[in-house]
Design a protein around this ligand. Structure first.
Ligand code: SF4
Length: 369
């Protein structure tokens, strides 16, 4: 197996020295193979074979920064589970395009599922290819250049119903600050566009990519919302804190989104710590996503009953400000459905019996109009 190679990258945007592991300094992506990964992580033969086989189907990419967050000896390390391919990805089930995005796309890069907002794919690569990505059909597989977006800009300019655009991908921060500035200017140039959101995992997996130029670019174009994809308290690093501080100083507004992942964060204590720590930093936890029905991710799936129990525990443990919406993104592009503990236990006449966060039953007279 050591003779077999798999394509992948360690993406190292920083010239800063990296910690343990001895990953080389570089401004360029370095192509690595299984032997290289084996130098940094203790892997058994089955795990090595899993990396090779899974990454032949779903591209593998890892930033040096994120690699250095992995506990090299712990096969259950939550960072490792999110970043390192495994044989479980070859299990059956799931769909390559669970939201039917290829059919719902108005242009190859613009998807509109709701009347007033749409998603613009502003890049088709990321610093790390998460092993549960819901756009794995295209991320890391499809060439991308910012000039490909012209058709989407023209479409958005014409569709005056659209008020909000979510810049997603791939990761929008894989663009240079100049390219990102251009994209934002083109969108804000349409007078019916009232709001822009930038959805990114870069502050977590490759924070060095957020340069002073990036912040200046964004600051000049405020107001902007940044949606940070973060899944585990271990992902809150000093470097992440530095990005958040600079975003805040730049006047950017931040919310977070988290995917509920078995073996990573399916525990109320882990999520309570994550969500509280985010609030302390001025980031409102926005969504907790039930994992999407994507091909090769079933090993991350948490039962909805368990998700509901976790939400119930969270309500008892942390402030309402730190509670995200727990949602399922329904298959076929039908949109998000809230999932929450059913606090309403029954009704007698006009009186509702409901469970409070303490677990005790109370009543509410439902006589409103
Ligand atoms: S950062 Fe987002 S788009 Fe990129 S691989 Fe991870 S989940 Fe997919």
């Amino acid at each position: 197996m050591h003779g077999r190679k798999t394509e992948g990258h360690i993406f190292c945007p920083s010239s800063k020295a990296l910690s343990k592991g001895g990953v080389k300094k570089s401004n360029l992506p370095l192509t690595i193979d299984v032997e290289t990964i084996s130098r940094y992580l203790n892997l058994n033969q089955d795990e090595i074979e899993g990396i090779v086989d899974a990454s032949n189907i779903f591209p593998f990419k890892l930033s040096a920064f994120y690699l250095n967050l992995i506990d090299r000896d712990d096969p259950y390390c939550p960072i490792r589970r999110q970043a390192i391919p495994s044989i479980e990805e070859l299990s059956e089930g799931g769909d390559m395009d669970p939201f039917n995005e290829s059919q719902m796309s108005h242009t190859p890069f613009f998807i509109k599922r709701y009347p007033k907002r749409g998603v613009l794919l502003t890049s088709l690569t990321c610093a790390v290819h998460c092993r549960f990505c819901n756009r794995r059909r295209v991320v890391g597989k499809t060439p991308f250049n910012v000039t490909f977006l012209e058709e989407s800009f023209r479409h958005i300019e014409k569709d005056r119903e659209i008020e909000e655009v979510i810049l997603s991908g791939g990761d929008p921060f894989m663009l240079s600050p100049e390219e990102l500035g251009y994209v934002i200017d083109r969108l804000k140039g349409a007078d019916h566009i009232k709001n822009l959101r930038i959805s990114s995992r870069i502050p977590v997996v490759s924070p060095d990519r957020i340069t002073p130029d990036t912040v200046t670019t964004l600051k000049k174009r405020s107001p902007l919302w940044i949606v940070i994809h973060i899944n585990h308290p271990k992902e809150i690093t000093p470097e992440f804190d530095d990005v958040v501080r600079r975003f805040r100083e730049g006047g950017l507004m931040m919310v977070s989104q988290t995917v509920l992942l078995r073996g990573v964060n399916d525990c109320p204590h882990i999520l309570a710590r994550l969500f509280e720590q985010l609030v302390y930093r001025g980031i409102k936890p926005y969504y907790l996503f039930q994992i999407d029905e994507v091909q090769g991710v079933s090993h991350f799936k948490v039962k909805i009953k368990r998700g509901i129990e976790i939400m119930r525990s969270l309500r008892q443990m942390i402030s309402g400000l730190a509670i995200p919406h727990y949602v399922i993104d329904l298959k076929g592009g039908l949109g998000k459905a809230p999932v929450d503990y059913r606090y309403i236990k029954g009704r007698k006449g006009g009186i509702i019996h409901a469970e409070g966060v303490t677990g005790k039953l109370g009543t509410y007279i439902d006589d409103g109009i």
